[in-house]
Unconditional design. Structure first.
Length: 382
């Protein structure tokens, strides 16, 4: 009999659930919370809204917003110093994946010390982290419930993957209302990030029945709602579906891990500071093509989840339809067509490919991949 594990935080979900932010931190024993966000989220008013609920719970607070996309190691050091200088005892993250990853990394340093680079890899964290409440403002990263933290090593121009059950937030509050303030491009990018999570988790060699059901449900929701969510800021039915899809995809990949798409995208994010979701979307069909021979039946399931349920077709024909459906979705929401648009050049590929081999996400890819294999995929995506 196989033995599975499945770990997730407490999840509060629904329109208006943001009001629980202060109460949630209070339930965890917080006295003074360190609110981590970024200037973009702050400008939408969500940070001020959060502070209102923090005050209602009679908690003190300090706000820190010095985060950029693809958070850098030196930013984490600065954030940890601010946390300690302000004598905080808990963290609230209000933002997208970059903000939540930064909050997790700050929690690591304030509890364990040292350099964030010390914790790269799996299960390197030894001391308990401060209480962490996260409120995602995008539907895609899944960082709000996962055991992952991705931080850019600025000197090496590479991303560090930190994996530990310690990084699973204590409480995740997902309020679809917060998605209505996001621009077209960010909605598209983060939605394709969630799709990549679901597909890579479903085809992962570490997948289980627990992760499979969440991955397939996420694919169904995304294929049916991402176009509408991208097209209309006020389509709350689509926003709620995408918020749910993000959570379900995250449940899957936090426990089944990911694959070659993320192993490759992490390198591009660290090297060129490009948008994570958009690069995932560009690479996904090419990696699916590479992985096809190892998971034909699972790709056929993905095609069915996309609504391509022609039972007159063979599993191989359905698998081909899965790849086409992913590519068509990306085209419909105006994802860039190739990596050249982000400044990727052929001379970058050997280093990027070598670094991808070291990424923990490659371990669970359904097909073995050499440096030469990864180079070929990169070249097709340019």
């Amino acid at each position: 009999m196989d033995i599975f594990k499945f770990v997730i935080p407490e999840i509060i979900f629904g329109a208006g659930s943001h009001i629980e932010i202060g109460k949630s931190a209070d339930r965890l024993g917080a006295n003074k919370v360190f609110v981590v966000s970024d200037e973009g989220v702050k400008n939408t008013g969500w940070v001020d809204e959060s502070i209102k609920y923090i005050k209602e719970a009679d908690l003190s607070y300090s706000v820190w917003t010095e985060i950029t996309p693809n958070p850098k190691d030196y930013e984490i050091v600065n954030g940890a110093e601010e946390y300690l200088n302000n004598r905080c005892d808990a963290i609230i993250a209000v933002g997208g994946g970059s903000v939540i990853d930064a909050a997790k990394a700050i929690a690591i340093l304030v509890a364990n010390g040292g350099s964030i680079e010390d914790y790269e890899g799996i299960d390197k964290i030894t001391k308990p982290l401060p209480p962490l409440v996260v409120v995602p403002t995008t539907a895609g990263s899944g960082a709000e419930i996962t055991q992952f933290c991705i931080i850019t090593n600025k000197e090496k121009k590479s991303k560090m993957s930190i994996v530990s059950k310690s990084l699973i937030p204590d409480i995740s509050i997902s309020d679809p209302n917060m998605l209505a303030t996001k621009p077209f491009e960010l909605t598209a990018n983060t939605g394709m990030d969630a799709l990549t999570h679901a597909i890579e988790a479903y085809t992962s060699i570490a997948a289980t029945p627990f992760t499979d059901v969440n991955a397939l449900n996420a694919i169904k929701l995304i294929s049916s709602n991402l176009r509408q969510s991208t097209a209309q800021k006020d389509n709350m039915k689509a926003k709620e579906a995408m918020a749910m899809a993000s959570i379900q995809a995250a449940k899957a990949f936090s426990n089944a891990i990911l694959g070659a798409v993320h192993a490759m995208t992490h390198q591009l994010g660290g090297f060129l500071d490009v948008p994570h979701g958009a690069v995932n979307a560009i690479l996904l069909p090419y990696v699916m093509r590479f992985n096809l021979i190892s998971c034909v039946e699972k790709y056929a399931d993905i095609a069915r989840a996309f609504g391509e349920a022609d039972e007159n077709l063979s599993s191989r024909e359905l698998a081909e339809k899965a790849i086409s459906a992913v590519d068509k979705l990306a085209r419909d929401i105006d994802i860039p067509r190739n990596l050249r648009e982000f400044g990727v050049k052929e001379e970058h590929i050997p280093l990027l490919s070598q670094n991808a081999l070291k990424d923990v996400c490659l371990v669970t890819n359904p097909r073995d991949a050499s440096k030469e294999d990864i180079e070929k995929v990169f070249k097709t995506a340019i």
